[in-house]
Design a protein around this ligand. Structure first.
Ligand SMILES: Nc1ncnc2c1ncn2[C@@H]1O[C@H](COP(=O)(O)OP(=O)(O)O)[C@@H](O)[C@H]1O
Ligand SMILES: [Mg+2]
Length: 235
């Protein structure tokens, strides 16, 4: 599925109301082209997770506009009826914590999503196997999540975020538990996937190891975004 990228215009999000209201997003403008991986950087509490959740239709924004894959999904209100289908088909999440299903082995954890989307069993497993190879966890394909190290679990969770080949991938601190070599491997995979499948990728990070890999970076501070050119060095 070829994506058409992400466009966010004047997005805001207020949690609560009255005296206790928090304006987590005040004015967010962001554009990610198909095939592009951008960094999103900001201090704790600046609105990064709120932005990913709004874009991923997990929470409802307060105002503004969001366009995914050429389709306006939010314009002061949702324009999409089936938000579950939107999340399942259009968006790959990679969270900070892996959240693997404890009673399924590593391969089943990853193959489950494409199987739910109607991809034949053998192809779902083949896709999982290819990602495991690229992420250097192929030797753990039959293990249970509890048998893996934290870094291995995170790499499996990354495979799960990529396996359905969504047009948009939202990654919240995906490399935090990984060593430098593996963190860069993950960014390389995200870049390859993005290019091949025209995926638009947003990576929230504090990770000094990967910040120089982005060609474009958005900074967020107190709910307002600022764009900056990055180094774009991916050795
Ligand atoms: N469910 C919530 N209810 C009320 N306030 C929230 C909620 N989630 C986040 N916030 C507030 O919104 C602001 C942005 O939070 P968040 O998006 O989690 O920032 P970040 O991911 O950059 O650390 C913070 O002030 C936070 O306390
Ligand atoms: Mg956060």
């Amino acid at each position: 599925m070829a994506g058409k990228g992400i466009l966010i215009e004047g997005l805001s999000k207020r949690y609560g109301s009255g005296d206790t209201a928090v304006d987590a997003l005040k004015k967010v403008d962001m554009q990610v082209a198909p095939g592009e991986v951008v960094g999103l950087i900001g201090p704790s509490g600046s609105g990064k997770t709120t932005l990913l959740k709004a874009l991923g239709a997990v929470i409802e924004p307060t105002s503004g506009r969001m366009t995914l894959g050429g389709e306006v999904i939010y314009d002061g209100g949702w324009l999409i009826k089936d938000l579950r289908a939107l999340r399942r088909d259009k968006i790959g999440f990679v969270f900070q914590a892996p959240y693997l299903i404890p009673f399924l082995n590593v391969t089943d954890n990853v193959a489950l999503l494409p199987m739910l989307a109607g991809i034949p069993n053998a192809e779902a497993r083949q896709r999982a196997a290819e990602l495991f190879q690229a992420l250097d966890v192929a030797h753990r394909a039959k293990a249970m999540p509890s048998q893996l190290s934290g870094g291995e679990q995170q790499r499996v969770a990354i495979a799960r975020g990529l396996v359905n080949r969504p047009p948009v991938i939202l990654a919240d601190e995906p490399t935090a538990p990984l060593d430098s070599e593996r963190a860069l491997a993950v960014i390389r995979i995200l870049n390859d996937m993005a290019r091949k499948l025209e995926t638009a990728v947003i990576v929230v990070t504090h990770d000094e190891k990967i910040i120089p890999t982005f060609k474009r970076i958005y900074h967020i501070r107190d709910g307002v975004t600022y764009e900056e050119a990055g180094e774009g060095v991916l050795a």
